[in-house]
Write a protein that binds this ligand. Structure first.
Ligand SMILES: [Zn+2]
Length: 206
């Protein structure tokens, strides 16, 4: 890795630490004090243009500065580093192809809630993460496994109502059959996050 790349990273760290880019004296452009922009979502494409992830502007800038990715789409804002002004990326593409395994998401509470969009799969109401628990559709006492297909987001009220029974026994219905967190699910989420950004659409096959 060249020293130039290290410079880039430390410059990014400076940006992250202060929240406001440092302007060299000779640049006359107005300073945009918008640290919130560093948290804006950026669509990440594989080298083949296949959408693979959503990241924040801050992380995307690091990938650009390291030369790992290039910007495919930018928005109207600019970020001023010590040496230059950089357009804020909206879509970036990795320069080297990265193999993405079919099942990229670990089975975790966080990912189950993400898949189910913080929606109780029985009463179909949206809750905050702390108001949700995980329900084994087929209870563990009946041999139900802890798997993508048997775990769903569930509010405490529905969880109590269901108890140690199957949905049929409890007389409640699952909103939809739970599925593994596949690339398809990820893409659905990308669409949700990116629906306000026109520039994402052509990459997400609208
Ligand atoms: Zn519920």
């Amino acid at each position: 890795m060249s020293s130039g790349a290290n410079d880039s990273v430390s410059r990014r760290e400076t940006l992250a630490a202060t929240g406001t880019p440092v302007l060299p004296a000779r640049v006359s452009a107005p300073v945009h004090r918008r640290p919130a922009i560093m948290q804006e979502p950026v669509l990440v494409l594989n080298a083949t243009f296949e959408p693979i992830n959503v990241t924040a502007v801050r992380r995307a800038m690091v990938l650009l500065l390291k030369g790992v990715a290039q910007a495919e789409e930018t928005n109207h804002s600019e970020i001023h580093s010590a040496r230059r002004a950089v357009r804020v990326p909206s879509v970036i593409r990795l320069l080297a192809y990265r193999h993405i395994p079919q099942q990229t998401r670990a089975l975790s509470r966080k990912n189950i809630l993400l898949r189910d969009r913080n929606t109780c799969q029985f009463c179909v109401r949206v809750f905050s993460a702390s108001e949700l628990t995980l329900d084994h559709v087929v209870p563990r006492s009946r041999g139900g496994r802890s798997s993508w297909e048997n775990l769903v987001a569930c509010c405490y009220q529905c969880n109590n109502r269901k108890g140690d029974r199957t949905p049929e026994e409890a007389g409640i219905k699952l909103a939809r059959r739970p599925r593994p967190f596949t690339l398809y699910t990820s893409r659905q989420l990308m669409r949700l996050i990116g629906h306000r950004d026109e520039k994402w659409r052509k990459y997400l096959f609208y």
